[in-house]
Design a protein. Sequence first.
Length: 204
Amino acid sequence: MRAAFKTTLIATALAVMPGLALADSETFTLDGAHSQVGFKVRHFVSKVNGRFSEYEGTVNIDRAKPEASSVDVTVKTASINTDNARRDDHLRSPDFFDAAKYPTITFKSTKVVAKGNNAYDVTGNFTLHGVTKEITVPVSFMGFIKDPRGGEKAGFEASTVINRKDYGIVWNQTLDAGGTVLGDEVTVDLNFEANKKAAAAPAK
């Protein structure tokens, strides 16, 4: 009897544990109307700013153990916008993003490290122009808030620098007076507002 009771307890615990672990993680989806995926790069002696208007992503948040949280973001390269149609067409071409061949830019986290004061180092696999590299992005958590409709939002802010040549984007022009048209380093600026996904209704 004791052996049978013990076996039943173990089986019950194993069945319940995955559900408990899942309950610790809350899923938030990026709100495209209140978020931004932007960048800037040197052009001659100034900086040109741009952004991507189409992207999606989820942030799985474990409030009790933030290090167990994760993020997954996909950006559509064809949605690039620098407020100059001719330049945007060039950026979509094989000289740069080659949007037809590489339609997305992705980041999928593999590790989150708490740094204190709502700051985190988020490490993950970043794929651009068909090249995947592991990068670490410093992220600031901006907090939670209830919205007027009874939902909940979470905010995040991040900025990091990548070298475009590391991803095979090498187009440039040398100037007769010296120097080049474009810089190699690109600053990526992220501002995310994410909405908590409503829990699924219990099965009847």
